[in-house]
Design a protein around this ligand. Structure first.
Ligand code: F6P
Ligand code: MG
Length: 436
């Protein structure tokens, strides 16, 4: 089974390395340039100097990428450096003799992750702007672009929470399915696939669910329901049911995840939600701790009363310890998840405490399945390659060339009718794996 290679001309991987990544780098350079005055105001001449140095490192990085130079080891002082450099060595050992891994001659997943880490390295080398998030502006903008959709969701949640205690099982199940789908389609809104362009949620998210239903290629929502309702019924008053959500994008998608989390807690289907975010800015719009805190604050102080009520509730749940935010360097390594037990044993052990882990988004799906060229019909369980910390599911819209667990003929039918079905974000999966 092969990785998706970036050097396969005309593949999405090739297009990403050739066009989309340089475009993202150009935007990063432009962002730094536009914030020059801010750096000056905060740090004086030192800020300007750091901005200039960072831009020059990033321009060099773009040139290395475009001219297919060898990938070089990382050399900052962050704790993940040894793991990154071992990974590079491993790639080197896969090649013949004196060949060196380069941008177009390495697996796509690795090269793409490597670029984001090199962007971070450029900043780390340049205090006082070393903790500046070059994607923050785009994330904030996309949050505000989705404002109407966010209000619609907060209003819906607050109105439905009023009588949540009175819902019978069937109604509870319907609500769960609705909010799982909202969270699934929230994954359309990432800023990596759009190379940083606005990609926010404009339409009302709840009204479109029925029309989108046929676009869910794998729908395991029933299994998720059974797991949660059975655990609720069996639970004694001192026991915990824990769901972990491995977050993807900030902005609208994060709101959909928080709404789902709130519903799971309020309905008592679960008693604890653990979120997992990124330690460094990643794939443009991925959620960091700063984004998470900013989002909750933003809601709390919003003019709309449903939004602010959601913000207050979530802040309260964080204080009570029933909503917990974690981050870990593993999420911003290039490693596939089947290596987590060896590479990040502490994280694997933490995830083993969960009753259900929800992996949001496309990049997590690629890492779950090792970004291999699997046949479409290969079972999800097999593609996970022994990664089974707990029952898990993926809520993901298709934005890259990997998909498993389809029925015979299901994938093939698109190959001629809709050649870009795997990369356009139109289709989604709610894919579950129970076995340990
Ligand atoms: O190529 C599109 C892409 O950059 C993929 O590499 C990546 O999987 C995806 O966008 C990010 O999407 P998501 O935010 O859903 O992980
Ligand atoms: Mg993302």
């Amino acid at each position: 089974m092969y990785y998706f290679d970036s050097f396969l001309v005309r593949s999405f991987a090739y297009f990403t390395i050739k066009d989309r990544l340089p475009q993202i780098l150009t935007r990063v350079i432009d962002t730094l340039h536009r914030h020059k005055n801010e750096f000056f105001e905060e740090h004086g001449e030192k800020g300007i100097e750091a901005e200039k140095n960072t831009i020059s490192i990033l321009s060099k990085l773009r040139n290395e990428l475009q001219t297919d130079k060898p990938l070089v080891p990382l050399d900052d002082k962050l704790p993940d450096v040894p793991l990154w450099n071992q990974y590079l060595e491993y790639q080197q050992n896969l090649l013949d003799g004196n060949e060196q891994p380069s941008w177009f001659q390495s697996p796509w997943l690795y090269v793409e992750c490597y670029m984001y880490r090199r962007i971070h390295e450029a900043l780390v080398h340049n205090p006082p702007i070393d903790d500046y998030d070059v994607f923050k502006e785009a994330k904030i903008e996309s949050f505000f672009e989705s404002q109407q959709a966010i209000i619609a969701l907060c209003t819906y949640l607050q109105e439905h929470l009023k009588n949540i205690e009175d819902l019978d099982e069937k109604q509870l199940q319907e609500e769960l399915f609705k909010l799982l789908q909202v969270s699934l389609w929230g994954n359309k809104c990432d800023l990596s696939i759009s190379a940083g362009e606005d990609n926010s949620q404009k339409a009302s998210p709840l009204k479109s669910l029925d029309n989108l239903k046929t676009l869910i290629l794998v729908d395991d929502m029933e299994s998720i329901w059974s797991l949660l309702i059975n655990s609720k019924k069996r639970r004694t008053s001192i026991e915990v049911t824990r769901v972990d959500i491995v977050l993807d994008n900030a902005g609208y998608e994060l709101i959909t995840d928080l709404i789902l989390a709130d519903f799971l807690l309020s309905s008592k289907l679960v008693t604890e939600i653990h979120f997992h975010g990124k330690c460094i800015p990643w794939y443009v719009s991925d959620t960091t701790k700063q984004d998470f805190n900013w989002t909750i604050k933003q809601l709390q102080s919003a003019n709309n009363r449903w939004m602010s009520r959601c913000g207050m509730n979530w802040e309260g749940s964080i204080k009570k310890g029933v909503l917990v935010y974690h981050d870990h360097i593993f999420w911003t390594l290039p490693h596939e998840f089947c290596s987590m037990a060896q590479v990040a044993t502490d994280l694997y052990t933490e995830l083993q405490k969960s009753h259900l882990i929800i992996f949001k988004g496309d990049l997590n799906y690629r890492k779950l399945t090792g970004d291999r060229k699997w046949e479409f019909t290969v079972p999800f369980h097999q593609a996970l390659n022994k990664f089974h910390p707990a029952p898990l599911c993926s809520l993901r819209t298709l934005k890259s060339d990997v998909q498993v667990g389809l029925k015979p003929g299901q994938g093939e039918q698109f190959v001629t009718s809709e050649p870009d079905w795997m990369i356009c974000g139109k289709y989604g999966v709610v894919q579950f794996d129970a076995s340990l």
